[in-house]
Ligand binder design. Structure first.
Ligand SMILES: Cc1cc2nc3c(=O)[nH]c(=O)nc-3n(C[C@H](O)[C@H](O)[C@H](O)COP(=O)(O)OP(=O)(O)OC[C@H]3O[C@@H](n4cnc5c(N)ncnc54)[C@H](O)[C@@H]3O)c2cc1C
Ligand code: SF4
Length: 329
């Protein structure tokens, strides 16, 4: 049996200090991903710094009218928050599309962002995998990769990030607030997760001991008309095979502002900047939406068994934007 120390923290400073003193330790939030990985022998921390008592459970309004979401806010509470539902419906929809009611009651904002890939080789400690055992190889490339990446992958790893919530936050220009041994900093959501390159065991730009304290949402007019669309193998309780988060402001049939992000296609939530550029100032028509999707997906490098994701994302983009703008089908 593998033993570990359990260290509950009462405030942010002591949580950061406890982890700084434990190079092989980690934070424990809802535990819905971390504890599973510990049971599988994939995560082997020697210290668990429990952050559930930290005062990070509130959603508050920022001076400019944006929202600050505490890292400890549970996924259920965030999805149901009136201001989130009113001003950022894509976020509420993405959260409700994830996991199950029981899991959402435990899962936190910070933990959801930092959940690990569901690549089956990663989750099996007996298999080689460059992410859980650097240098052992990537069996997924020639093996089971149906649900893995089509964008931004490397020869060393083709994993996808599994979070629905993170895809919505990427589209919304969210900023992740962190506190660590060297103080506080803000990280644009789009820069939090890394592409795998030749160091796929490093998921994010966070340094050891850095605690996510909050996620800030800016005021975003387009976000009021926003939606999340998720394709999955079962109607509920299943990770995305592909997903799209979209926010759009169109007037007189022309796109004035648009934010798009794709899920389950890359090692990170994939902000679709090329598609956005292709749409700005263009007619809000299905034809434009498909052309925009094509502009982004030109960079796709699908594997043997996941080329269907290119068509899937293309259709999800068109369906989501058509639904939001009322464009003719
Ligand atoms: C059966 C099942 C189905 C699921 N389906 C979906 C789905 O469809 N869509 C989806 O998006 N997710 C899904 N999930 C994943 C679920 O959303 C995550 O497990 C959950 O969001 C993780 O949050 P947590 O608070 O439990 O994190 P934990 O498990 O406690 O932590 C996860 C990681 O984040 C780190 N961490 C946590 N909080 C912080 C913080 N504040 N600062 C720094 N590090 C931190 C921990 O150290 C750990 O490494 C599913 C999970 C299960 C078990
Ligand atoms: S895709 Fe990444 S996580 Fe999956 S086996 Fe390859 S290296 Fe491991």
């Amino acid at each position: 049996m593998r033993t570990f120390e359990y260290a509950p923290a009462d405030d942010v400073a002591s949580a950061v200090a406890l982890l700084a003193g434990a190079p092989s330790g980690t934070f424990l939030a809802g535990g819905t991903n971390l504890v599973d990985l510990m049971k599988l022998g994939v995560a082997t921390p020697d210290v668990l710094v429990d952050i559930n008592r930290l005062p990070l459970h509130e959603v508050t309004t920022l001076p400019d009218g944006g929202l600050r979401i505490g890292a400890g806010v549970r996924n259920s509470d965030l999805a149901a928050h009136p201001e989130v539902r009113r001003s950022y419906p894509v976020l509420s929809q993405a959260l409700l599309a994830g996991a199950s009611g029981q899991l959402r009651n435990m899962a936190t904002t910070g933990g959801n962002l930092l959940q690990r890939t569901r690549c089956r080789y990663f989750m099996d400690a007996t298999k080689p995998c460059n992410k859980h055992a650097p240098g052992t190889g990537c069996p997924a490339r020639d093996g089971d990769h149906r649900n893995l990446a089509i964008l931004g992958a490397s020869e060393h790893c083709v994993a996808t990030h599994p979070s629905d919530m993170a895809v919505a936050l990427a589209a919304l220009d969210a900023t992740v607030r962190v506190t660590g041994p060297d103080g506080e900093r803000g990280i644009p959501l789009d820069e939090l997760h890394r592409l795998p390159g030749d160091t796929p065991h490093v998921d994010t730009v966070l340094r050891h001991g850095e605690l996510i304290t909050a996620v800030d949402l800016p005021v975003l007019e387009a976000a009021r008309v926003s939606a999340y669309r998720k394709a999955r193998d079962r109607a509920s309780y299943a990770f995305a095979v592909g997903s799209v988060a979209a926010a759009v402001h169109a007037e007189d049939g022309v796109v004035h502002d648009v934010r798009l992000a794709f899920g389950a296609v890359a090692h990170k939530p994939w902000r679709a900047y090329a598609a956005e550029q292709a749409l700005l100032g263009r007619p809000a028509t299905r034809e434009s939406f498909l052309a925009a999707a094509d502009a982004e997906l030109a960079a796709a490098e699908p594997l043997r068994d996941n080329a269907f994701k290119v068509t899937l994302i293309r259709n999800l983009v068109a369906a989501t934007l058509t639904g939001l703008t009322g464009a003719a089908r």
